[in-house]
Design a protein around this ligand. Structure first.
Ligand SMILES: [Zn+2]
Ligand SMILES: [Zn+2]
Length: 406
């Protein structure tokens, strides 16, 4: 009896599912933040080494990034397919974005497509990119600049959220920090001698709050006072706020950036403080390939009999890759509870058996799409055509100034 490609994929993933669950729980038990994901990186690379994969550590100069690759015995002349795993956690919240699941989804997809290359005897290469620091810094952006993804024909990954989607338009985002420098003084004996840096931080927050009235619905500005002062009986001479702004494209992001920078300036002017603004990292909007996205949504609808998730906000460093490669960032429903990412409840849900099963199915769906790209030339041609069309469309032009921020 001839076994179908879908069966090859299903069996390849089912065979390792319990091993991957152990890996996922070990990562969940040891949450590590951006660029500190040493244990996660070792767990994943040790596992893949034991499975016979060639591993490149320190990919793109990042000590917790890696590449695992496999080339078909039929040669490397076919497609070069890449998947991304993420494994960083959030400070205090742990794996509230479910990156422990994304980590093992990538492993599942790598194993499944290796099996397809072998069994179907088709030329091609499959790679898993271990991409750290998604929640901050943007590991993929650094890796892309270092040429890590060069030569890849197709890049895909999945991410848990409260629903599924193959057409997630994430927001462009820019993270910035502002330091205010004032003058310390005794808060009761000589407050008039002081210049209050804490007040400058407060005024910044309030001014941006008032400005929000003029925001488009999809714009976001959210921040914290990271340092507001040290003790209540001294006028603080130093404060630091951290802000993230988001918009649909870089043209709009530039407008929001201008507004917010003026608020930072106004606070310095009002208090007499000096300020230092640092623009830290920027993510572009995600643009899923519509042909790949449609197939993903069809597979998800067939499995769960639910409509796709309406477009939610959020940003990803994978967005930058979507401007330079044919990509799909498939969203899937973590637990069917509607709980949003970056919450304690999402952290708890990210270790359930249900979440693991849904992750394995999302990995299976992406693997089926990858296999179709390898085996169905007409499908692959339509994927490439859609990508070409998008490069010429207006949404891409709105992002022409992608170097607005580093
Ligand atoms: Zn997140
Ligand atoms: Zn995430």
């Amino acid at each position: 009896m001839r076994i179908s490609v879908d069966d090859i994929i299903h069996r390849a993933i089912a065979k390792v599912s319990s091993e991957l669950r152990k890996l996922s729980l070990a990562i969940h038990d040891n949450p590590e933040v951006a660029l500190k994901e040493k244990k996660a990186c070792k767990l994943l690379t040790d596992y893949l080494k034991a499975k016979g994969y060639e591993i490149e550590l320190n990919a793109g100069g990042l000590s917790t990034a890696f590449i695992a690759s496999y080339t078909s015995p039929a040669g490397h002349k076919g497609l070069n397919i890449g998947f991304c795993s993420e494994y960083d956690a959030l400070p205090q919240i742990g794996h509230g974005c479910g990156h422990n699941l994304i980590a093992v989804s990538g492993v599942a997809m790598l194993l499944a497509i290796s099996e397809v290359l072998d069994t179907c005897s088709i030329p091609g290469t499959v790679k898993l990119f271990g991409t750290p620091a998604e929640e901050a810094i943007g590991g993929k952006i650094i890796m892309e600049k270092q040429g890590v993804f060069d030569g890849t024909d197709l890049l895909m990954m999945v991410h848990p959220t409260p629903g599924y989607s193959g057409s997630w338009r994430s927001q462009c985002c820019l993270s910035m920090s502002v330091e205010y420098f004032g003058k310390a003084s005794h808060a009761a004996m000589a407050p008039w001698e002081g210049i209050n840096a804490g007040s400058a931080a407060t005024i910044s927050m309030q001014t941006i709050g008032v400005l929000r009235e003029q925001f488009k619905p999809e714009w976001r500005a959210h921040g914290i006072i990271a340092v507001g002062g040290q003790v209540s009986n001294a006028i603080p001479d130093y404060s630091r706020i951290e802000y993230t702004i988001r918009a649909e494209n870089t043209d709009d992001l530039k407008i929001v950036r201008g507004h917010v920078l003026r608020c930072f300036e106004a606070a310095a002017l009002a208090t007499g403080c000096t300020r230092k603004v640092k623009e830290e990292y920027a993510y572009l909007d995600n643009q899923d390939n519509p042909v790949l996205g449609r197939m993903y949504e069809d597979l998800m609808r067939e499995k769960y009999n639910e409509p796709p998730y309406p477009n939610a906000g959020g940003s990803t460093d994978f967005g930058n890759l979507s401007h330079d490669f044919i990509t799909l960032h498939g969203l899937y429903d973590l637990a069917g509870t509607g709980v949003p990412n970056h919450s304690k409840r999402f952290t708890e849900d990210a270790r359930t058996e249900t979440a693991h099963e849904r992750t394995m199915f999302a990995a299976e769906a992406i693997s089926r799409i990858a296999a179709r790209c390898l085996l169905d030339q007409g499908f692959w041609d339509s994927v490439k055509k859609a990508y070409g069309n998008r490069l010429a469309c207006s949404s891409h032009r709105h992002n022409s100034d992608r170097h607005l921020v580093k």
